[in-house]
Design a protein around this ligand. Structure first.
Ligand code: FEO
Length: 395
């Protein structure tokens, strides 16, 4: 990706990562790749907002060179320590050793603990401003969106918000703006990003949006650190975040299960039929065969979750166990949750699934349904009824 002017004097100089398919240590699959965005602001002083993943440092430097010589950079704004945004700093700082890095106090600590660089660092906090010439940059600390060091940078003259990870999408595109890409794909990636990264941080996100709104600052453009820039209707993604952060759900159920010899799958299918018969939309996933990132995304706005597993060694099967560990970390609130599964003799999967989510503070509203070996006709009726009654709990 070459340098692209996004506003007079402001250039997108980041890189596209078309090939990345796993993120955050394989907790997030990025089927559409991603981008690491970096913004170069050329005024009387020159500032670079965020860098890119270390392996793309040279490409970032080449993009910067299309606009200015890197040794002309006066300031590097480090909105976030995570290496997908700071990894190129060591290479870049060799070319602009006198540049001052600005970030939060936690950013200063975090960058040092990653790179041990002897860099000129200025700690900034909410309300601090940096005059570049005609433009000013102002800073808003955003701890836990999504790391303690996170910060938003705002340029009032352009009503441009650069919130780093917030409002991002793992979405590689040769286009730079929201109005240039397929809207369904864009919103799907934005929702996936929120569900898999930001879901547990809803209350923090709501407070931050309220703070931005109380400051009364106009936002005409949101330039995140991943994916495309929101320029056609920034309120659309802000309102989506408000809805997701408030936990607004629809009358939908996600059933996620793992089966050993097919009996738990029979249960899952019959439970699904029962729920559908109550007029509720159901999505059914075998977690051993399905992308976990996709299932989590579908769960974000679903009011009910049903988890199923065969019993193996008095426990649940390994893929559903790994999946529930992720669900536990997302701390879903205000959902109806139930469990089911087939067993051979002692059982245990339903209890273990319940315990896993209880440990995460989930409100477990429905007793589990366990059936020995393969469900017979009467037991399949019980599965249907279980799904039907569960669906009727949804509001
Ligand atoms: Fe928190 Fe895109 O890194």
């Amino acid at each position: 990706m070459s340098a692209i002017k996004i506003l007079p004097g402001i250039y997108s100089v980041g890189v596209l990562d078309w090939g990345v398919r796993n993120f955050h240590g394989h907790t997030y699959t990025t089927q559409r790749g991603s981008s690491y965005n970096s913004y170069l602001i050329v005024d009387e002083k020159i500032a670079l907002v965020d860098t890119v993943l270390g392996s793309f440092a040279q490409e970032l430097i080449e993009n910067i060179k299309e606009v200015v010589s890197p040794d002309k950079i006066d300031y590097i704004i480090a909105n976030h320590v995570e290496t997908d945004h700071s990894g190129a700093l060591p290479s870049l700082m060799q070319l602009c050793p006198k540049a001052k890095i600005l970030g939060t106090a936690k950013c200063k600590d975090g960058l040092y603990k990653h790179y041990y660089g002897d860099w000129d660092f200025q700690v900034v906090k909410t309300g601090d401003k940096l005059k570049l010439g005609k433009r000013t940059l102002s800073f808003v600390e955003a701890p836990m969106i999504h790391w303690p060091d996170s910060m938003f940078t705002y340029c009032p003259e352009d009503a441009l918000l650069m919130p780093n990870d917030a409002f991002g999408q793992h979405y590689a595109s040769s286009e730079r703006f929201d109005d240039q890409v397929d809207q369904c794909s864009l919103m799907e990636e934005a929702e996936k990003y929120y569900a898999n990264i930001l879901w547990p941080l809803g209350s923090v996100i709501l407070k931050k949006i309220e703070q931005l709104q109380s400051l009364g600052i106009p936002i005409k453009m949101i330039a995140p650190s991943h994916g495309v820039i929101w320029r056609s209707e920034p309120a659309k993604i802000i309102n989506s975040y408000i809805s997701w952060a408030k936990g607004q759900t629809e009358k939908k159920i996600v059933i996620a299960y793992e089966t050993m010899w097919g009996a738990t799958e029979k249960m899952a299918r019959k439970i699904s039929e029962g729920a559908s018969a109550a007029g509720v939309e159901v999505k059914l996933y075998n977690v051993a065969e399905t992308d976990r990132t996709e299932i989590i995304t579908r769960m974000l706005t679903a009011q009910g979750f049903l988890f199923g597993s065969s019993t193996h060694d008095n426990d649940m099967l390994p893929n559903i166990a790994a999946f529930l560990e992720i669900v536990k970390g997302l701390k879903p609130k205000g959902r109806q949750v139930g469990f089911f599964g087939s067993y051979g003799w002692a059982g245990g999967a339903v209890k273990e699934m319940q315990e896993t989510l209880k440990d995460g503070g989930a409100d477990i509203s429905v007793a589990g349904l366990s059936i020995k070996y393969v469900p017979d006709k009467e037991e399949l009726k019980a599965c249907f009824e279980f799904g039907n009654q569960f669906a009727k709990l949804l509001r």
